[in-house]
Ligand binder design. Structure first.
Ligand SMILES: *Cc1c(COP(=O)(O)O)cnc(C)c1O
Length: 471
């Protein structure tokens, strides 16, 4: 043991256990339909307690198979539609094995993984219709991408921000009612303050651009500094899309940076019509935040910040002290370094799982899966409307379906039944919906970002809702 330190003493044993782990992982994914979410056991804390003694690879693999794999978050199951969560891909298993072997630090320097991330950024840029001057960075998710984009936006209006801070400038941000909380968090984190995030009313589910113009004018007259408007491509509650061409025009007229939260909805760019048109104009944004771990089905975590102008992206983050100086040749080459485009210096290899997914299945398979999810949401809406006691909470626009199980009850009665039905179906493993509020009542909500879901899953789930709602 002492000789090898932390490397295996017995590589044959490690190989055997690694193969056993891979087999169990493959079973887990292949048999996803037979493994719905289940509540964690009461003694889970004790099971996971870190032991003082080494157990060796055999014990570790045994404990993972017994105590870890069964208590997953449910999102790999074909009847999981809660919140907005991706379903994961078999290709992730392959990519994660390779990524663990490489152990690449993607902050910079000259090694292959960084070139692969550039290829993934380039592919995404082209899909979103952004110009070649654009630049991107893989991040944990849309929440982090939003912070990165807003910081660059802020720097456009406050040139000395990095040195002096925001000072007394009263920066104002505008977003449609229904914008995701990630925007609020970013506004708070950057010291802009959530009072300075204006909620612009929606008309027919889209930001009202004339109301936006009025708010901006009023704030300017009051001495504030409007600088950023946040459009939404795929709202978390209802799957709504702002008119992004109209927003791009308005942003240009008003001198605002246009950021688009496209966490999942950006991927309608590769769907068939009529869903593709929902995100028309997204390529005109100054920045886009999007996720691969939702509607591109890639394993957690993986999102991207895309900025229209590389120079603005770089200006917001680049900093290279002496211990990070680049070089013409050798390992310190490989410019540009990703650490100059974001918060993290040390970064994991997210590119490999995106690249492996695209390499394995091809872009058209993703286009098909996304299109099918939209069709399935429409099918769910039809199943709901065919049920005598159910009703939709809102029309289905993309992949989100919101409904009540008992439209015959008053608002409070509906809220109680809907919340109870969601919990019961989760616990018995029949289906996972989450809840939201629409029309003053708690409703069931399905956001379908699941390539494993089929019409029979939707049919069975709606039948289960009908059954639970009358017990
Ligand atoms: C999920 C989501 C976010 C946050 O993204 P994370 O990847 O979870 O950080 C932001 N906006 C919308 C519309 C989302 O659905």
């Amino acid at each position: 043991m002492a000789d090898k330190g932390l490397d295996p003493e017995d590589w044959a044993e490690t190989r055997a256990e690694a193969h056993r782990m891979l087999e169990a992982a493959l079973d887990q994914v292949q048999q996803a339909a037979d493994r719905p979410w289940q509540p964690v056991p009461d003694d889970i804390d004790a099971r996971y307690a870190v032991r003082p003694e080494a157990g060796g690879p055999q014990a570790a693999v045994e404990r993972i198979i017994q105590d870890v794999l069964p208590y997953h978050g449910g999102n790999t199951h074909p009847r999981f539609w809660g919140w907005v969560q991706g379903s994961g891909l078999a290709s992730d298993l392959i990519a994660s094995v390779a990524a663990a072997a490489l152990n690449a630090n993607m902050g910079g320097r000259d090694h292959g993984a960084n070139y692969m991330e550039r290829a993934v950024v380039e592919w995404t840029r082209a899909k979103m219709g952004m110009p070649e001057s654009a630049n991107g960075l893989l991040v944990t998710g849309t929440s982090q991408a939003t912070v990165i984009a807003f910081q660059a936006a802020r720097l456009r209006v406050l040139k000395s921000l990095r040195k002096t801070g925001q000072g007394n400038a009263r920066l104002m941000v505008y977003a449609g009612d229904g914008v995701h909380n990630a925007t609020m968090k970013a506004v708070e984190l950057l010291g802009i303050g959530s009072d300075n995030l204006r909620r612009v009313p929606l008309v027919a589910g889209q930001m009202d651009c004339s109301a936006l113009a009025e708010m901006v004018a009023a704030d300017r007259a009051a001495g504030a500094l409007p600088f950023l408007v946040v459009g939404t491509a795929g709202s978390v509650d209802l799957g709504l899309f702002d008119d992004l061409h109209a927003l791009a025009d308005a942003a240009a007229d008003l001198g605002l940076w246009l950021h688009v939260d496209g966490a999942f909805g950006a991927w309608t760019r590769i769907a068939e019509e009529p869903w593709r048109s929902l995100s028309d104009g997204i390529g005109r944004a100054d920045s886009i935040a999007l996720d691969f771990h939702k509607w591109m089905y890639v394993g957690y975590d993986c999102g991207m910040a895309l900025l229209r102008h590389e120079h603005e992206h770089r200006a917001a983050f680049a900093a290279r002290p002496s211990y990070l100086e680049g070089a013409e040749r050798g390992l310190a080459g490989g410019e540009p370094w990703f650490c100059d485009y974001g918060i993290d210096l040390s970064r994991g290899n997210r590119a490999l799982k995106v690249w492996t997914a695209l390499e394995t299945y091809g872009e058209t398979a993703f286009a098909q899966a996304i299109t099918d999810n939209c069709k399935l949401a429409a099918f769910m809406a039809a199943e709901v409307e065919a049920q005598p006691l159910m009703a939709l909470g809102a029309p289905v626009v993309s992949n989100v379906c919101v409904f009540t199980a008992r439209s015959d009850l008053d608002a409070q009665g509906q809220s109680e039944v809907n919340a109870r039905v969601v919990q019961s179906l989760q616990e018995c493993g029949d289906a996972v919906f989450s809840t939201t509020r629409a029309d003053g009542r708690v409703m069931l909500r399905a956001a379908i970002a699941n390539h494993r879901s089929r019409a029979e899953d939707v049919r069975a789930a709606i039948a289960a809702v009908a059954r639970e709602a009358v017990t």
